[in-house]
Design a protein around this ligand. Structure first.
Ligand SMILES: C[S@@+](CC[C@H](N)C(=O)[O-])C[C@H]1O[C@@H](n2cnc3c(N)ncnc32)[C@H](O)[C@@H]1O
Length: 312
């Protein structure tokens, strides 16, 4: 077959013949360009996406890091605090503080206003002048809540005029004067800190006589372990004044005296330190408070209250 290099003859002009081919070429070029542009677009989107993904990955990693370093420890700290605050003994303490505030601000003030020397503030024994050798066994001065005292006296189901009332560690005389508003036969206190005893003496001297149902009231400056109990029937009041060791001596004196002359003795213990010694003395039996007082103490006493009576 013969091949010719001479272009085939055509009736169209050259430019007329080239135009469609050029158009086709332009068309192809355009479509290729469009595809390349789309591809480029896709590539750009991909790049942007992967950049964003990488950024968010590192952001998340950073957030986790910050969380681990700051948020988690804070959550742990808060959890620990919550756990600590809701521990039963902690809740009991918080409730006790609340009750102390209730007594101090609401229930005590009407009585406190009657004292010449204020009795409500606690006083540390350090720095006070102490009689005897039991300084390190003594507990700091704190007043009995007035209402609590009244609930304990109301729990004594006996003719009060037959009883002598004794406060061991009488402080500034608050309890002696609260007791004086009941018809006890006599009232005595013993306090080993001179400065507190001085205030108690002032308070006894200045207390309105019209309020006293018992005016036979005195306070002795001495160590409670040196005191022998009264001969007759009596109530012995302890608001956690001293250690178990001193309490054992005082109890021993009571037991010896009782064995010589069996008689009606009551013990009132607020925040007791050694009830096992009393239980094992063979002289006292534990009494349940009457229902009303039991409810009051259970709901509103900041301190444990225990009542005993001698077997006679
Ligand atoms: C918790 S205060 C009670 C004060 C008061 N009886 C009252 O209930 O309001 C304890 C008191 O016991 C006194 N005290 C501590 N050891 C004593 C001791 N061996 N002899 C006498 N008093 C003592 C302290 O000086 C303090 O005044």
């Amino acid at each position: 077959m013969r091949m010719s290099v001479v272009p085939l003859r055509s009736d169209k002009t050259e430019s007329q013949a080239v135009a469609p081919a050029r158009q086709r070429a332009v068309g192809i070029a355009t479509s290729v360009a469009e595809r390349i542009a789309k591809l480029a677009d896709k590539t750009a989107t991909k790049t942007a996406t992967s950049t964003a993904v990488a950024a968010s990955k590192s952001g998340i990693a950073r957030a986790v890091e910050i969380g681990r370093d700051n948020v988690l420890p804070e959550i742990e700290r808060t959890g620990a605090k919550l756990k600590e605050r809701t521990r039963p003994d902690r809740l009991r303490n918080d409730y006790r503080d609340y009750l102390l505030m209730l007594h101090d601000r609401v229930l005590d003030p009407p009585v406190e206003s009657l004292f010449f020397k204020a009795t409500k503030a606690p006083v540390a024994l350090a720095g006070l002048t102490i009689r005897g050798n039991n300084r390190e066994h003594g507990h700091d001065y704190r007043p009995s809540p007035c209402s609590l005292f009244e609930w304990t006296v109301a729990a004594i189901n006996y003719d009060l005029s037959r009883l002598t009332f004794v406060d061991y560690g009488a402080g500034k005389g608050r309890v002696l004067l609260l007791a004086s508003q009941h018809p006890f036969q006599a009232i005595g206190g013993i306090e080993f800190a001179e400065e507190l005893h001085d205030d108690a003496t002032m308070n006894l001297a200045q207390f309105p006589r019209s309020r006293m149902k018992c005016r036979n009231v005195e306070c002795v400056l001495d160590d409670a372990a040196a005191l022998g109990p009264p001969e007759g029937e009596s109530v012995h009041y302890f608001f956690n004044p001293f250690s178990r060791e001193v309490f054992a001596e005082v109890l021993h004196n009571l037991v010896v005296s009782y064995r010589k002359r069996p008689r009606r003795l009551y013990l009132i213990l607020i925040e007791p330190v050694a009830t096992d010694l009393i239980d094992n003395s063979g002289v006292f039996q534990r009494l349940e408070l009457p229902l009303i007082e039991r409810i009051k103490v259970r709901l509103f006493s900041p301190y444990e209250v225990v009542l005993y009576r001698s077997l006679a």
